[in-house]
Ligand binder design. Structure first.
Ligand SMILES: Cc1ncc(COP(=O)(O)O)c(C=O)c1O
Length: 381
């Protein structure tokens, strides 16, 4: 079986730099909040243009830290797309607030502004206080921040951009990390910019928020290490992960363009066969996933056909969150969320990483073409 995401090829490219970076940490011994952590934050700000960057333990804690800073709690409604990874909703539930699930758009897979409006009305009818929205940039493409920002302003909501999958991408010429008051990302190893363990970051323009986040990241500490002025968490990014990320960041712009080339090759090879990803004009996806839509009746057979050829595929995500056992008691913007429900049955992610060789990719494309054609599952012309 070929790897779904091959991290070894990237490692080979910068192995000696990674080893040197890790050895430097072993030599200075500052494993917690060592110099690399601050250097990474500086470089991430420079990369995306955010005023402030705060590194942290992972992409889930990143969202939780901001909500904690905003004192989100019982009675508050936070709007989250149903078609996302569980972490986005999980942190709202942690705060004791109410998740209100919103539908997504058929073409971009991202939060539907019309459904968001309906969710706000629904929350009010339920006697909840609408307080914030967490758009997700699914598979690497930014949500429509202009439309969401206008709704948020009208209703006094904060916006936390969950850019776990999209860091490195752009929206209308602006970098991910600068599109909302605060943005979070994940450096989980398989993300476009991935560490060799867990790590994440918060980007924000708001200095007051930043100061609170600094404290929350280290157990709510005050001026002194052992003074606790609020209840926080252990949310730091390890120095070793920061050292690794600095090396990976140096080749990240090149990798983003390599990912774009891989995406283009897929779209050219498959556009007439299945529904290939739609990217808005003036937006650049970070291509965390390359996800096609296929006939829901034939998806399992397509996956099996590819597996028989040694090609792995994945479903992101087979169950929308409002149908997941842990979340099914939370309200939805409308009775059903038809787009999230139908996408869950037809999406299929193909192997995607910056170092996918054209020859291997052509093999994947050809196998998919054969399997889909044999099954009579070609999209309608
Ligand atoms: C959309 C989304 N949000 C949040 C997260 C959480 O990130 P982490 O795994 O670093 O906690 C992920 C990770 O997969 C994600 O895909």
């Amino acid at each position: 079986m070929i790897p779904f995401i091959d991290l070894s090829l990237q490692q080979r490219r910068i192995r000696s730099q990674l080893e040197a970076a890790m050895l430097r940490v072993l030599d200075h011994g500052g494993y917690i909040m060592g110099p690399e952590v601050y250097e990474l934050e500086r470089q991430l700000s420079a990369f995306c243009g955010a005023r402030h960057t705060l590194s942290c333990s992972n992409g889930t804690d990143a969202i939780a830290l901001i909500m904690r800073a905003k004192n989100v709690g019982p009675g508050d409604a936070v709007f989250v797309p149903s078609f996302t990874f569980a972490a986005t909703a999980e942190v709202v539930a942690w705060m004791g607030a109410t998740v209100v699930f919103v539908d997504v758009l058929q073409n971009t897979f991202n939060i539907d502004p019309t459904s968001l409006e309906k969710g706000i009305q629904k929350a009010k009818r339920l006697g909840l206080r609408p307080c914030g929205v967490i758009p997700v940039d699914l598979y690497g493409q930014a949500a429509d921040y202009d439309a969401i920002g206008a709704i948020a302003d009208e209703h006094g909501l904060w916006v936390i951009a969950d850019a776990a999958q999209s860091f490195g991408g752009t929206y209308k010429g602006r970098n991910i990390g600068t599109l909302a008051e605060s943005t979070t990302t994940s450096f989980y190893p398989s993300k476009p910019l991935g560490a060799y363990g867990d790590a994440g970051a918060i980007f924000t323009e708001n200095e007051e928020l930043l100061n609170i986040l600094h404290s929350l990241r280290v157990h709510g500490q005050g001026e002194d290490k052992y003074e606790n002025i609020r209840i926080g968490i252990n949310g730091r990014c390890d120095t070793l992960q920061a050292a690794i990320l600095i090396e990976k960041l140096s080749i990240f712009p090149d990798e983003i363009s390599l990912r774009q080339q891989v995406a283009n090759r897929y779209s050219e090879g498959l556009g007439d066969l299945v529904i290939t990803p739609f990217i808005e004009r003036n937006c650049l996806s970070a291509w965390a996933q390359y996800t096609i839509k296929v006939d829901p009746e034939k998806r399992t057979e397509i996956m099996e056909g590819l597996k028989a050829e040694g090609i792995p595929t994945m479903i992101h995500y087979a169950i929308p969150l409002h149908h997941q056992k842990a979340y099914s008691h939370y309200p939805t913007a409308t009775g059903t969320l038809p787009v999230s429900e139908s996408l869950a049955h037809c999406v299929l992610s193909l192997p995607m990483h910056a170092y996918l060789e054209p020859q291997l990719q052509d093999h994947i494309i050809n196998c998919l073409r054969n399997v889909v054609t044999q099954l009579g599952a070609k999209k309608a012309a």
